[in-house]
Design a protein around this ligand. Structure first.
Ligand SMILES: [Zn+2]
Length: 305
């Protein structure tokens, strides 16, 4: 079965300034590389629909969702935290980003696609139940997980977050929900700084600045793979951040494309064993354009093979 690549032109309309690293050009870099690689011919493409407020309420406080609808500016920007702001088209982009994840769950669960990649922005994994943070408005993978539990009654969902930053928003939303096994690797100490020890189903994996592929692979093998296998997930979600790439100066990891290929293939083995290969990956960070395009391409290829 095919991999579906889900996006929407509106995801490029969220633009909070030339100096901001989370730029619309990120999606162009991914598309360009996908086409240049020839992989574009082997994937399905689908255009996202907007998430509804009711769908967002599954993962976020109603008052928070309603506040984002209410505070969308007619012009200029509204600052939500130090590095997160909304401009007139931001809400629209965020609704399509969350909606892409919902569509991906539907297509996987209805057997219309084998795997899904959501090329969306703004990203999601720093957004908490009632707080925008770190470029993120709605927590896209958390919305996907809640939708899968609500609509398809899934009871075991694994979320793997290999962005260089801790997925604090995803931890916040699922801290007391053992239906979700959340695995997050991240540079520490680093933004968002206040990371706790997790719990039996929140597997936080702090790694030092300078972490290279060998260290990353060993840590993932030692800390996650057996637990993911034992959890026997019915669906695997990936918070796919590529800002740990060696060429990405957002942080200080030294990962390269083959490391993203490796972790994706390890997760695919678990998905094939427990959930008919069902994987949904949603774009988080990744700010070095060439490295982002190359990394997403190997990630998608590894999910498909
Ligand atoms: Zn990040």
């Amino acid at each position: 079965m095919s991999l579906v690549f889900i996006s929407h032109p509106a995801c490029a309309l969220h633009d909070v300034g030339d100096e901001h690293p989370e730029s619309p050009e990120r999606l162009d870099a991914i598309n360009d590389r996908l086409i240049a690689s020839g992989l574009d011919y082997s994937i399905l493409r689908a255009e996202a629909k907007k998430a509804s407020r009711k769908q967002l309420y599954l993962a976020h406080d109603k008052t928070y969702v309603d506040k984002l609808f209410a505070c969308t500016p007619k012009e200029g920007r509204v600052q939500l935290d130090d590095d997160t702001s909304m401009m007139p088209r931001s809400l629209e982009a965020a609704l399509y980003a969350a909606g892409a994840n919902i569509m991906a769950v539907d297509m996987l669960m209805q057997g219309k696609a084998g795997q899904a990649f959501c090329a969306v922005r703004p990203p999601g994994h720093h957004a908490e139940r009632d707080k925008a943070m770190g470029f993120c408005l709605f927590n896209n993978v958390a919305v996907a997980a809640h939708w899968a539990m609500h609509k398809y009654k899934l009871e075991r969902i694994a979320i793997v977050d290999f962005d260089v930053h801790h997925g604090n928003g995803t931890e916040d939303i699922f801290f007391n929900d053992p239906r979700v096994l959340f695995c997050s690797s991240y540079e520490y100490p680093f933004y968002p700084f206040n990371v706790g020890p997790g719990n039996e189903h929140i597997l936080n994996l702090p790694l030092p600045a300078g972490t290279d592929g060998d260290t990353f692979r060993q840590a993932v093998t030692d800390n996650w793979l057996d637990k993911l296998d034992a959890f026997a997930p019915q669906l695997i979600l990936i918070s796919a951040g590529f800002d740990g790439h060696y060429e990405d100066d957002m942080a200080h990891f030294r990962l390269v494309e083959t490391d993203y290929d490796w972790i994706t293939r390890e997760l695919k083995i678990i998905a094939n064993k427990h959930c008919s290969g069902r994987m949904l990956s949603s774009l988080e960070g990744g700010y070095a354009m060439s490295a982002l395009g190359r990394s997403v391409t190997v990630h998608i290829k590894a999910m498909m093979e």
